[in-house]
Design a protein around this ligand. Sequence first.
Ligand code: PLP
Length: 220
Amino acid sequence: MSSAVERLGEVRDRIATAEREAKRPAGSATLVAVSKTFDAADIRPVIEAGQRVFGENRVQEAQGKWPALKAEFPDIELHLIGPLQSNKAKEAVALFDVIETVDREKIAAELAREIAKQGKAPRLYVQVNTGSEPQKAGIEPTEAVAFVKRCRDTHGLAIEGLMCIPPADENPGPHFALLAKLAKEASVEKLSMGMSGDYETAVAFGATSVRVGSAILGTR
Ligand SMILES: *Cc1c(COP(=O)(O)O)cnc(C)c1O
């Protein structure tokens, strides 16, 4: 049985190969190691192996393990990749370096308020529901470009990129292509797309970060 640290090395190698095959610069796709459901003792070896960028999908769960780890390893960058409730905006702004799930007006307004109040500005992505799945978070693709513009013009938020989670049962390529097209139209540079099953495909479609959980830390 392989360890999380061995699997981390393998994922890094595969990202490097995918970058080469796509004729992209080495290191142009950042690995976000998704640590949800795992506790600090599971995560620590991965940090000690050099991984610094992590993703969590729940604010409350992240609050339980990351403040101490961030104090110990100050160069850690923590991404919120799960849905954000507006009553958690304060905690999210305080803890996360990147919030990838801005997807509606109310959240944009709350984040703008907290950023002004706390004098701390996490980098922000807009989540797009590329498959228009009713149960899934994210703004509709047809509304995404206008929403990014409203985030900037109405709320004064600098949106850095777009994020998507393609439908589980579909070929992800068209969804990654759609996200890349919308990013271009909205004039944002970053693309957060690709998970354990499809991160190499995402790199081929231009992902600037991939969010990989189970392929590193194991099944949840
Ligand atoms: C859990 C999660 C991931 C990682 O999924 P794996 O299949 O375990 O790699 C990526 N993105 C989001 C938004 C998630 O919630």
